[in-house]
Design a protein around this ligand. Structure first.
Ligand code: KG4
Ligand code: ZN
Length: 332
């Protein structure tokens, strides 16, 4: 079974072909980083226009490069949210049009679920539940308890900025460029600096990063840029690591997963590795190339979350509960 995945929730236009939920036949990402760099962040209107230009040529390129004819594709999967609405619209409408013209089933995939599945690309799926996932990207910071394959519950989240967004804003304050995560990681060198706060460290599973950014803004000029970048990275990863430890104690998961663009951060990868080791938990991190937005994770998630019945394919229900998202499936 071959699924064509389409991802356009933020600033990357991505397409992929995945066979039997495991083998990536091809995965292409057209990044808009250069386009948005001069604005210091993603401009939604610019992103959706660029998706529109990119989407059909990149699908054509994928089919050409993988020498895949249409009749070999069994279904089309697309990220339907959460994300920038204009950007999502391009991917979803393209997928719907192709599904209609090519007469293929359409599977809508939740972006967070897709990030979780980025851990299992070309790997065997573990089936021990519950698992705990930390999803950290430019738009998301969520602790998700995976109770079963189709039952994901957000048990903690940021109340304001996402972790990646905090990195991006901090890099802007330090004049380090965009995207901020890799820029801060590269610039960071331990040095003499007053400690930055670790917001909301003492209790609960929710997080807050906007105050940390304000504190960094005040500290700019008081120490070397490299030392401030180091301390900022330490502060964010300390908060994330503490929340993960608390969630492990509370929910006793059978595995720990990390996903999202910030999962590319080596300090965070290492801190969570130590936590997993201490609690004797299997630890999953996506390959670097699958941390950032991509469509292989979308096609993979569709394979495991999609279901067939007499209506054809359909996807799991996603329920929203204010800022706290709750994912529950009708069929669990
Ligand atoms: O998952 P992603 O590609 O897009 C969203 O769904 O948001 O994540 C992009 C985010 C950006 O905020 C970027 O600064 C951050 O991931 N990021 C990093 C690193 N690489 C990317 N943050 C910290 N350290 C990194 N090495
Ligand atoms: Zn993402």
């Amino acid at each position: 079974m071959i699924i064509l995945g389409i991802e356009s929730s933020c600033d990357d236009t991505a397409v992929a072909l995945v066979q039997n939920g495991r083998k990536v036949l091809g995965s292409l990402v057209s990044s808009q980083v250069k386009l948005h760099r001069r604005f210091g962040g993603v401009v939604p209107e610019v992103a959706s226009r660029k998706h529109l230009e990119n989407i059909l040529p990149i699908i054509e390129r994928l089919l050409r490069e993988t020498k895949t004819s249409l009749n070999r594709i069994d279904a089309i999967a697309v990220t339907s949210g959460p994300g920038l609405s204009g950007s999502l619209l391009v991917g979803v409408n393209t997928a719907k049009a192709l599904a209609y013209i090519w007469q293929k089933p359409l599977i809508e995939v939740d972006h967070l679920a897709a990030h979780i599945y980025s851990n299992f690309i070309e790997k065997k799926l573990p089936l021990k539940f519950p698992m705990l996932a930390l999803i950290v990207s430019g738009g998301h910071t969520e602790l998700v308890l995976i109770k079963s394959r189709t039952n994901l519950v957000v048990v903690g989240a940021t109340l304001d900025d996402a972790a990646g967004e905090a990195f991006d804003k901090a890099a802007k304050l330090l004049g380090l460029g965009y995207p901020g995560g890799p820029a801060i990681a590269k610039a960071a060198v331990m040095g003499k600096v007053d400690p930055l706060p670790r917001p909301m460290l003492e209790q609960g599973l929710n997080m807050s990063f906007s105050g940390l950014k304000t504190a960094l803004g005040r500290a700019v000029g008081s120490a070397k840029k490299s030392a401030l970048a180091y301390e900022f990275q330490e502060a964010v990863t300390d908060v994330l690591a503490t929340k993960v430890t608390r969630a492990i104690r509370r929910y006793r998961p059978k595995a720990l997963l990390l996903a999202g663009g910030v999962a590319a951060n080596k300090v965070l990868r290492e801190k969570l590795k130590q936590i997993a080791k201490k609690h004797n938990l299997p630890y999953y991190i996506p390959e670097f190339k699958y941390c950032m937005d991509n469509a292989a994770m979308v096609a993979l998630a569709a394979y495991f979350l999609g279901r067939t019945d007499k209506r054809g394919w359909y996807n799991v229900e996603v329920k929203t509960n204010s800022w706290k998202l709750k994912y529950e499936s009708r069929n669990t």
